[in-house]
Write a new protein. Structure first.
Lengths: 386, 386
């Protein structure tokens, strides 16, 4: 059975490379995802060429992305939002608006047409709170006001990013942008997100015990995953990104009584499947696209823009806490991580991003993730020092 | 992104059908797997045609089968074998030998050439202890001698079935059978199984703490899964069935200190991926192949042969315990379940099994699984009654 052996070889190579990459990265005190993507670059066509991107591998990667966004949604509890008050909302909104506007302006100035420019911009808005949360936890400052603002704002940020992504993906199909079209798309995206976020979460709060009705003891997990696939399908059929549906399914599942069981049981499933997403993402990066001065210059500009716009936006939103706290919060919001990477791979799939812009956005997402932790640590340390 | 939507539709349909099928089957007091395979028949090309078998779906199914056999291996502890003594070995060996010989004789008489006849026969040897174990547990008789003999014999049975499968798959490539070739293949299969079963388990016992060395808190699971994929690849490259490698990886992992954590964490991964295997298996069944009297007659003969040969073989092995205990043990060994189904799908993939013989073997595996529990319950009840 040579075909089975071939597929198993790919699965084995991808999975082992991800484990090795994540371990090396973590030993170097970098986020594991940086290592997994780097591993993909190394074993992919760009360098060693051990792994070719085949359809089954792409599907495994897509499943990984869907599970990843489901878990991001699962960490997004509407009630937590109500508790945190207005400040995180200001930080989240300004932290999305400034990078989006500046990103779109840059992309437009670089020669992209408006729909593509908006897509590029939407890849640079979402904060990956995971990295920041780990730094805050390591330093024992999770209960500080700044920490709570960052984590609350990251939730707002995720929801807004999904909404923006919904609008920009839907815009790619059309012939340019007209006001009626834009309003229709916006209504559709807002409607879908609002429907699931409001009605879905209420239904889940009221009927979550039904998740335990089937005989299968793992039914809360299997039913939630079924809802996740179903909403991903619904989003995809509406012309929105599938991961928006997965994210909303996670948000709804976060309201279930079985939330903690779901979180625990989702870990092993993600540990097996999410590496396929990151390695495929890395393997799709054509390193040669970054090996000239023009591209490196562009990467420098995009990364600086991403950092500065986020610092500016989130910092302004938190200005009322004082300059220093605003700086801590802005820095904590800098990492782009998973969501930026997923948006980049969506853009590549849809044929909106060239190999160059794809490579640049992936690299920018990784760089912001890598830079944020030492900067945040340095800021917090200088504070506690006399 | 219509392609993404199409794939998500397939994944959603398959996953939901599996959940519904398993639930209905369990409400009818049938094993869940029967419902999942039936669901596959219903949504597959045979009936509704909602799902076409595409390459990504097949790969997901293969991953499910590999995980399934890994978990079977994880329940196979070498030390348990040493404790149970000789009786389970006699029951296991005779319970494999008699069905294999009778199955091969029937297949040869039905016109298959020798390699194919041996493949058909190997699909009818392995006992699925899971169903029996649940019945014994439900009736509170797990600690009885017969129960321990059944569960011990099922372990022997699994190992022998993998060995046989190794030999017969390797034989399919060649041009007929010659004694030298057969001995070479046998040596290769025995060598591979013995190497992993003896050396692998020892290495795992001694070095299992290394599974916890990486920073990733789920590293025992991810490393075991990497070994599982690696040994599946190794088996496949040697011309043996990939699932043999997965089974042996499970057997090695069963010796790890982290065994119970592995078992617990493997459950959610399997809950997500194994349904794809069973639904694909069901969707591959051409129901029309069973809708004529000849095929139904053949199914009757094959099923009767499978039941009688197992009763005879295992019963003879347990004869020293008396007629009644021998009957209980023989009945407990009747269900074929997962392993028979996996062998059938391997045979279909390799082009050895026609649609008819594939449908018959799947149906036989399901029928033996369905029949065994009521028969076993009746036997055990009639005993406890005055």
């Amino acid at each position: 059975m040579p075909h089975t052996a071939e597929i198993l070889l790919t699965l084995f190579a991808v999975f082992v490379a991800a484990q090795v990459g994540a371990e090396i990265a973590q030993r170097l005190r970098l986020p594991g995802v940086v290592g997994e993507i780097a591993a993909g670059c190394v074993i992919g066509p760009s360098l060693l060429g051990w792994v070719q991107i085949s359809e089954p591998l792409e599907v495994l990667g897509e499943i990984g992305a869907v599970l990843l966004l489901f878990s991001v949604g699962l960490e997004t509890k509407l009630d937590d939002l109500k508790k945190v008050g207005r400040l995180p909302i200001a930080v989240g909104v300004a932290g999305v608006a400034v990078p989006f506007v500046l990103g779109a302006a840059w992309a437009k100035a670089s020669g992209f047409d408006t729909p593509k420019a908006l897509f590029v911009a939407s890849a640079s808005v979402a904060t990956s709170a995971g990295i920041t949360a780990r730094v805050l936890q390591d330093m024992g400052v999770l209960s500080r006001l700044e920490s709570r603002v960052i984590l609350g704002a990251a939730v707002i940020d995720d929801i807004l990013a999904m909404l923006l992504l919904g609008v920009v993906t839907a815009l790619q199909g059309g012939e340019g942008i007209n006001v009626t079209g834009l309003i229709l798309v916006l209504l559709q995206a807002v409607g879908f997100v609002a429907l699931i976020a409001v009605v879905g979460t209420r239904l889940m709060r009221r009927f979550s015990r039904l998740l335990d009705a089937p005989i299968n003891p793992l039914s809360p997990l299997t039913l939630s995953l079924a809802v996740c696939l179903g909403l991903a399908l619904a989003a995809s059929s509406l012309g929105l990104a599938a991961i928006i549906g997965a994210f909303l399914a996670g948000m709804a599942a976060a309201e279930a009584d079985q939330r903690h069981t779901l979180e625990r049981q989702l870990q092993p499933v993600m540990a097996f499947l999410v590496p396929f997403f990151f390695v495929v993402t890395g393997a799709n990066v054509r390193l040669s696209e970054l090996s000239n001065l023009t591209a490196l210059g562009m990467l420098l500009v995009v990364t600086s823009l991403a950092v500065i716009s986020k610092l500016l936006g989130s910092g302004l939103g938190a200005w009322s806490l004082g300059k220093r706290s605003a700086l801590v919060i802005g820095t904590g919001m800098v990492p782009r991580g998973e969501v930026g990477i997923i948006v980049a791979s969506l853009g590549k799939q849809a044929g909106v991003f060239s190999d160059t812009i794809y490579a640049i956005i992936i690299a920018m997402s990784l760089l912001t993730s890598v830079m944020a932790s030492p900067a945040l640590k340095a800021l917090l340390k200088s504070e506690t020092a006399p």
